[in-house]
Write a protein that binds this ligand. Structure first.
Ligand code: NAP
Ligand code: ZN
Length: 346
């Protein structure tokens, strides 16, 4: 076991503080990673502030991880010390169920093992995430960070990037297709960049006008402030809308924005059930869907795509001591556009 410094919470909904955790001895197929950067996802905040119930404590969050390999187990074939790699939301899955056999480990029928707050499938220990100096992960759940990507700006791609890339690809975002993205936060701003790079026409829906110029700079052709309502001229307009917002929205009104055969994909996780009038679906053959992160192979494909199209997250790099304040600012939608922690400060 190796002891490493980290930041986590000692108990339910308590602020984060310095903690020490242990990382396991390398198994045959393990990669040991010296972490350089860890992104702050809103899911970390939901978890740590108690929105999603009690966990085992102390708990160290973080599933947007970039670092350098410093050791590998004897059976590892794809990575060597010195390689720059990434780890995302999951560190294991059953490997044999239908989704796993397709590489879609997010949808593992037994439940994939989350990077933090899960239970390791082999030793039963609680998994601890990326707000730490180092992590040990199975080779099959590690991806390569291409040389062309800035490593700090690449960290958020490990969750925000794949969570938007996967549905954009699944529902065919590309030339001639109209994509709406609700919420220009961590997920949303990366989603805009990726959708634009795929060649789609992109419109951003924000709850204020404050991010209009940024939305256009990221590749959107239009920015709508929903404070003024949803514009009539966008009714029956979109092929695909990604909703990245976790507050309750008027689903019926947003469905009206979809044209024939259009799909609304839920990425944000609002507390209440969606109110969906059936006729909003039947009259235009519309769909409502959800999507969870993406597979490891697809995450590698996304990173290679982002390197080829010069896509990284817009980040505010912070020291570990600023994590609690960064959580407050993220909740207030006051981050441009993802906080990333410098792991040298853990
Ligand atoms: P974030 O950075 O906090 O962005 C959320 C955005 O929601 C804000 O920037 C804001 O954008 C918008 N928003 C709309 N109404 C708001 C209001 N009343 N108050 C505050 N913000 C409001 O969060 P994120 O990291 O992108 O995550 C978004 C959601 O996706 C979270 O619920 C997270 O847990 C979930 N998530 C899901 C998956 C998945 O696989 N499905 C993966 C990762 C995260 P505007 O200012 O433009 O309105
Ligand atoms: Zn996340």
């Amino acid at each position: 076991m190796t002891t490493v410094r980290a930041w986590g919470t000692p108990g339910f909904a308590e602020p984060l503080e310095p903690v020490t955790i242990t990382r396991r001895e390398l198994r045959g197929d393990d990669v040991s990673i010296r972490i350089e950067f860890a992104g702050i996802c809103h899911s970390d905040i939901h978890t740590m502030r108690g929105d999603w119930g009690e966990r085992a404590y102390p708990l160290v969050p973080g599933h947007e991880i970039v670092g350098i390999v410093d050791a590998v187990g004897p059976d590892v074939t794809r990575y060597r010390p010195g390689d720059r790699v990434g780890v995302g939301c999951f560190v294991d899955s059953c490997g044999t169920c239908h989704p796993c056999s397709l590489g879609e480990i997010s949808y593992c029928e037994e439940g994939p093992t989350p990077t933090y707050g899960g239970v390791d499938r082999r030793d039963g220990r609680v998994t601890q995430g990326g707000y730490s100096q180092a992590i040990v992960v199975r080779e099959d759940f590690v991806v390569r960070v291409p040389d062309g990507l800035d490593p700090a700006g690449a960290a958020p791609l490990l969750c925000a990037g794949i969570t938007t890339y996967s549905p954009l690809r699944r529902w065919g975002a590309g030339p001639g297709r109209r994509v709406g993205i609700i919420g220009l936060g961590g997920l949303g701003h990366v989603g805009v960049k990726i959708a634009a790079a795929l060649g789609a026409e992109v419109t951003v829906f924000s709850h204020s006008g404050a991010k209009r110029e940024d939305a256009l700079r990221f590749g959107a052709t239009r920015h709508v402030s929903t404070a003024d309502g949803l514009p009539e001229d966008l009714h029956h307009h979109f092929d695909l809308i990604l909703n990245t917002v976790s507050v309750d929205l008027d689903t019926e009104a947003h469905l009206e924005l979809l044209r024939f055969d259009g799909t609304l994909v839920q990425l944000g996780l609002p507390p209440e059930a969606l109110a969906v009038p059936v006729r909003s679906l039947t009259q235009k053959r519309r769909s409502v869907a959800g999507s969870l992160v993406g597979g490891v192979r697809e995450t590698q494909e996304m990173l290679d795509f982002c390197a080829a199209h010069d896509v990284t997250a817009e980040i505010e790099l912070i020291d570990a001591a600023a994590i609690n304040e960064a959580y407050d600012r993220t909740i207030a939608a006051d981050v441009r556009y993802r906080f990333v922690i410098d792991a040298a400060t853990f």
